[in-house]
Design a binder for this molecule. Sequence first.
Ligand code: UD1
Ligand code: MG
Length: 465
Amino acid sequence: MTKRPVAVIILAAGKGTRMRSDRPKVLHPIAGRPMLRWAIGAAEALAPERIGVVIGPGMEAVAAAAAPYSTRIQERQAGTADAVQAARDLVDGFDGAVIIAFADTPLVPAETYRRLADALGRSAADTPSAIAVLGMRPKDPAQYGRLVVADDGSLTAIVEYFDATPDQRSIGLCNAGLMAFDGRFLPELLDAIGNDNAKGEFYLTDAVGVARGRGLSCTVVEAPEEEVMGINSRAELAAAEARAQEQLRTAAMAGGATLIDPATVYLQADTQLGRDVTVEPSVVFGPGVVVEDHVTIRGFSHLEGVVVRQGAIIGPFARLRPGSEVQADAHVGNFVELKNTVLGRGAKANHLAYLGDSDIGAGSNIGAGTITCNYDGYLKHRTVIGENVFIGSNSALVAPVAVGDRANVAAGSVITRDVDADALGVARARQHGIEGWARTYRARKSAEKAAGKAGKEPAPSSGEG
Ligand code: UD1
Ligand code: MG
């Protein structure tokens, strides 16, 4: 059997009031990626012919996050069936599987989307199913829609909680939200759905009853509860984050990285860790980090927007900020911050430094306390350091400034002019010594102290005894 084409419609018009947020719910990130993009990512894995996102009026930020996929606007939130109606042009005449997904149910794996689409071809009864519904058996079925299943295993109805009888509410099998439709039937099923129910909404779930009435069969595909977790509140967002983190850690380890204490390492959906990377406890990865093979990232380091090349050693307590690249075998030590900086192959910045907007050549050594003064209060400027340069401790490099290959900068210098290759740049007061000065000083001070004590007047009375 050849695979039928797939279309995915993602519903995201909900306001998400329970988030109590100025940001649309589906843009809240999980592991750094907006919820909506997780749903889109799962959809993309099916290589669908069409992906459409249904949003509410004025949700431009959501539309931008959906790009390059097109959005349809549901003018008024009149229910999930009405939301699909808003995307009718994407499903009319589509001869394939149409999956309807919820943007606030972001951690459903692509494989589950696939199982749902594939279930359309089969059925517990003899006829192929027109609808496949994702089911779950939650510990607390709460207010989920209940799935009513016949003896032959086919699905006969979805009953929304508020419309369910006590008997129906006792059913443990619930509607997780995702549904797949045979595209040939979807338009007529949508058109037949009314809003005569407790909420006065057009329920997409009613499509099952309508389909049964027309002699079409429906089926259930079950998934574990954690997979289909919906997000309505900040607490549920945190639960989803925890689950995503666990999956990302497992994937990183499966890819050959050692996480010594995985639970303390925070990854992003886009974090890339190579083989034989070791990550010590309490390391945070922000967005856009690529770590090549054989890198060690020591404890309490924070990385974002950085590429760390083979064999480099980072931390402990290092901060790597966006636009940076740590080249092969370079070392970044404790309390060193890099921003928009390239640290060359084998170069070392081991202690207490701020290196911003700079290029540091291979093999150079940046002493403790080095600061690139990259900002003059108005503009940012670059510091360019050549290869095999030695920057002495506690130097300030006032950008724009360049230090040539193999040059030295004397410790404690404030460098405001370029230093030539092979030269020494020194910019500090010259030291001189005064013979016997400390001895004379001690003698004078102890004499003053003794005289002061002997001749001391009694302390003036405060008058209070
Ligand atoms: C829905 C299901 C319920 C299921 C539950 C699982 C229906 C009628 N009910 O209920 O059976 O157990 O999900 O979580 O489908 N949306 C729109 N436009 C609307 C209404 C909703 O785009 O007019 C979107 C929301 O943004 C959300 C999704 O559809 O992404 C689900 O809507 P929601 O109101 O959360 O449905 P539930 O009441 O949770
Ligand atoms: Mg919901």
